[in-house]
Write a protein that binds this ligand. Structure first.
Ligand code: ADP
Length: 395
């Protein structure tokens, strides 16, 4: 009997111990799977975070990024690429040649896969205006060296190339403009030294020519310095409430003799009360360049009028009008470019540098204004420019 009770007790104890062990094991298992789930979630979150970081990086890049799958179909495009090509609609899954208007892109993709990478490939896109792109690409491989895709980076070089071209053109123009008067000065000096100086009339005539071309060189260098200062932002406009009538009166006084030589009448029709926010010296330069042109390209015995009116309470529009040659339609934008002239011979003959209107444009822009021209060829031109107005309270 006691034995039975003892065996029963031991058995019960054993069962209880086994149940307890099982519970502990189950608890450990539950903890382990919880930990595993936690780790998985954490890894997942890390991956999501990593992916969104990569996405943000791609989205913020100025370069266009294109990812192709191993079959050469679009897998991903960043927003810069969409903007670069002005793309619309879903392109994922489409063959690259159909998705992007880049000639020979699928051949470039094939070469990238073959060679592993492609560097500094320049491609010109057709169109007006066309684009010049630099393409770099790399073939992506998985740990087993299997092709996982091709990554392209597109860099828009159009602006950079255009600026480099403008710089080259500018340097060529400056050299040409400097060389012309210099070779004339040299030529006449040599002729004088070779004997022409013995004849007083010839000597005087040649010296006058030398003097004129030396002046041209001086004007050119002054204008070049002004342009370079304006373009590099070195000139700080000192905007002050200014009476426009006074500035115009000063310019017309300075150019009186030149106008008289051509029998040109100069008129200041700007109201005495009109005040603008402007840098007096720089405005004088604007009006002087425009009136000087109006005299040069105006009709001999003609008239040059300077006027102004309030466009609305904040803006004044001023103008310089002549009744001369006029400007053909196709040249109206281009005359504001450096060294652009409609008639090179005539401009040089008058001592022009080809920089006057470019200087006008820079100064007016620095005042927050705009400049434009209206013209009827054969009947005259009118150059308009806007300036900030001083309102009634005189702020
Ligand atoms: P330039 O020193 O040759 O006068 P500008 O930059 O002042 O240089 O002017 C550029 C060109 O614009 C001139 O060469 C001329 O062909 C044209 N132009 C400027 N002003 C006038 C005008 N009032 N009438 C006709 N053509 C003009």
């Amino acid at each position: 009997m006691w034995l039975t009770i003892a065996v029963g007790g031991v058995s019960l104890g054993l069962v209880a111990w086994m149940v307890h062990r099982e519970q502990v094991t189950l608890q450990r298992l539950r903890e382990a799977s919880l930990r595993l789930a936690e780790l998985k979630t954490q890894r997942h979150l890390e991956l999501v975070e990593e992916q969104s970081k990569q996405q943000a990086l791609l989205d913020s890049m100025v370069e266009g990024v294109l990812l192709l799958d191993p079959q050469g179909r679009v897998k991903h495009m960043n927003p810069a690429l969409v903007r670069l090509f002005g793309l619309s609609g879903e392109k994922r899954g489409i063959a690259v040649a159909e998705a992007l208007p880049v000639p020979g892109l699928s051949e470039l993709a094939a070469r990238t896969v073959q060679q592993g990478r492609l560097t500094d490939q320049e491609v010109e896109l057709p169109g007006d205006p066309g684009k010049i792109l630099q393409i770099n690409a790399v073939a992506l491989r998985d740990p087993d060296r299997m092709l996982a895709g091709t990554l392209f980076v597109f860099h828009d070089l159009t602006q950079h190339k255009r600026l480099a071209e403008q710089r080259r053109e500018f340097v060529a123009n400056v050299s040409h403009e400097l060389r012309t008067p210099l070779s004339l000065i040299k030529g006449y000096t040599e002729t004088l030294l070779a004997g022409a100086k013995e004849d007083p009339d010839t000597a005087t005539r040649f010296l006058q020519i030398i003097d004129k071309h030396a002046d041209r060189l001086t004007f050119l260098i002054e204008d070049l310095l002004t342009i370079s200062k304006l373009e590099s932002g070195q000139v700080i406009m000192n905007l002050q409430p200014t009476a426009l009538h006074e500035v115009v009166a000063q310019v017309l006084e300075d150019l009186k003799a030149k106008a008289a030589e051509r029998g040109t009448e100069l008129r200041n029709e700007v109201a005495q009360t009109l005040r603008i926010h402007g840098d007096g010296d720089r405005l004088q330069q604007v009006i002087s360049n425009l009136v000087d042109n109006a005299i040069k390209y105006g009709r001999p015995g003609g008239r040059v009028v300077v006027g102004a009116r309030s466009l609305h309470e904040d803006i004044v529009e001023a103008w310089v009008a002549d009744d001369g040659l006029g400007i053909p339609m196709e040249a109206r934008e281009r005359i504001f470019e450096r060294f652009y002239r409609i008639d090179k011979g005539r401009s040089r003959e008058q001592g022009g540098t080809g920089l006057g209107l470019s200087i006008v444009k820079h100064i007016v822009h620095a005042h927050g204004g705009e400049v434009r021209v209206e013209s009827e060829p054969g009947r005259g031109s009118c150059f308009y420019f806007t300036l900030p107005r001083v309102n009634e309270s005189g702020d």
